[in-house]
Design a protein around this ligand. Sequence first.
Ligand code: ADP
Ligand code: MG
Length: 237
Amino acid sequence: MPSDTSDPMTSTNIILEGRDLQKTYRLGNVDVPVLKGASINIKDGEWVAVLGSSGSGKSTLLHLLGDLDRPDENKGSVHYKGEDLKSFSHGRRNAYRNRDVGFVFQFYHLLPELTVLENATLPGFVAWQGSRQVTGDGMERLEAFGLGHRLNHRPRELSGGERQRVAIARALINRPSVLLADEPTGNLDEQTGEQILDLLAAEHQRGLAIVMVTHDHSIADRADRVVELHQGVLADN
Ligand SMILES: Nc1ncnc2c1ncn2[C@@H]1O[C@H](COP(=O)(O)OP(=O)(O)O)[C@@H](O)[C@H]1O
Ligand SMILES: [Mg+2]
């Protein structure tokens, strides 16, 4: 037996890490610090909920983790599979946003002029510049999500729960390792929200890591682990 008792998995199986993240918004002449050194680790395949009140910076944190926004200059870093996003080339960084992580928003953000199938497959065409595989995958997933009869409908013809299922299908089209979900049930009634959480749980069972932010304790409890965002920092719950 090796004498080293440290578990090599504890450091190597962290898929996504936010390290000492600081983010300040400027409103007029006033600096508004939102994140003040927030750190978070997500292990491969883990479901982590970030619980915080409205305005606590949950969306800001998720945007930094997904590289939709950046921390203050030299104030923290995001690491994917141990690599600092800052070390990525421009192209690799675009690929990170498009393929390695998937994003789900409270208000779905579907494109109204595209069909359900077109919405769900769009990031696949961005990644691979078009292939029958993408369309086939998209159809298969939408069918699995109970939307097989809706493929050629527009988002406005769908219920909120159906729209969110399309948005999740879109987020998963490029088979990301991590799904970043920003209050994914926040605009849905309780029963429909449960269905969306069941769907996320099923994807998690298949190995997807999830970072889900919410202000609702009962929703956070669906995760493997809950961390709390309070006054700009994260603490284990
Ligand atoms: N682009 C922005 N410019 C200025 N202030 C912002 C911006 N985005 C968010 N904020 C402010 O930062 C704080 C945290 O926002 P947010 O991350 O959206 O919180 P949460 O998602 O927890 O409700 C809020 O006070 C919000 O008004
Ligand atoms: Mg928010």
